[in-house]
Design a binder for this molecule. Structure first.
Ligand code: HEC
Length: 135
């Protein structure tokens, strides 16, 4: 009897913590993007490329696809090797764009033109939830 109560408690605790870890907040992500991404990116449909490409519809558009933007060689190589933007790849990219390119382009000299990292996992989850709304 005691054992089964413990088991039920454990299951509840696990689902609570995983729920919290996955609760990305698109509104918080929008705020963060408007503070930290807009120096280099426009977010609205038809927005211009700046230092970085326009990010409207980036998830469905896929990598390397902003019209008129000159991506770095490492980025083009990584895209040619074949990846899509998922929550996982966006998380890896935003944590460290250069490490992402080295991994996906299989070139340890690749260097991202995006000289910006988002070190906090929670910030990345929020901003990724927001990127999904740009369509
Ligand atoms: C200092 C300028 C700068 C900042 C700040 C910046 N980026 Fe970037 N970003 C770039 C550049 C430049 C590229 C193109 C990378 C390349 O060609 O290697 C890029 C590329 C990207 C891409 C890939 C776009 C595509 O068309 O495939 C995504 C996604 C992205 N950035 C998201 C973000 C987000 C989200 C933020 C804010 C949290 C951000 N960036 C902040 C400069 C920046």
């Amino acid at each position: 009897m005691k054992k089964s109560v413990f088991a039920v408690g454990l299951v509840a605790a696990i689902s609570l913590t995983s729920g919290a870890a996955m609760a990305a907040d698109a509104a918080a992500g929008e705020k963060l993007a408007k503070q930290r991404c807009v120096a280099c990116h426009t977010l609205e449909q038809g927005g211009a490329n700046k230092v970085g490409p326009n990010l409207f519809n980036v998830v469905e558009r896929g990598p390397n696809a902003a019209e008129g933007f000159n991506y770095s060689k490492g980025y083009a190589d990584a895209a040619a090797a074949g990846f899509t933007w998922t929550d996982e790849t966006l998380d890896e990219y935003l944590a460290d764009p250069t490490a992402f390119l080295r991994h996906h382009a299989k070139d340890d000299k690749a260097r991202s033109k995006m000289t910006f990292k988002l070190p906090k996992a929670e910030d990345r989850a929020d901003v990724i939830a927001y990127l999904h709304t740009l369509k």
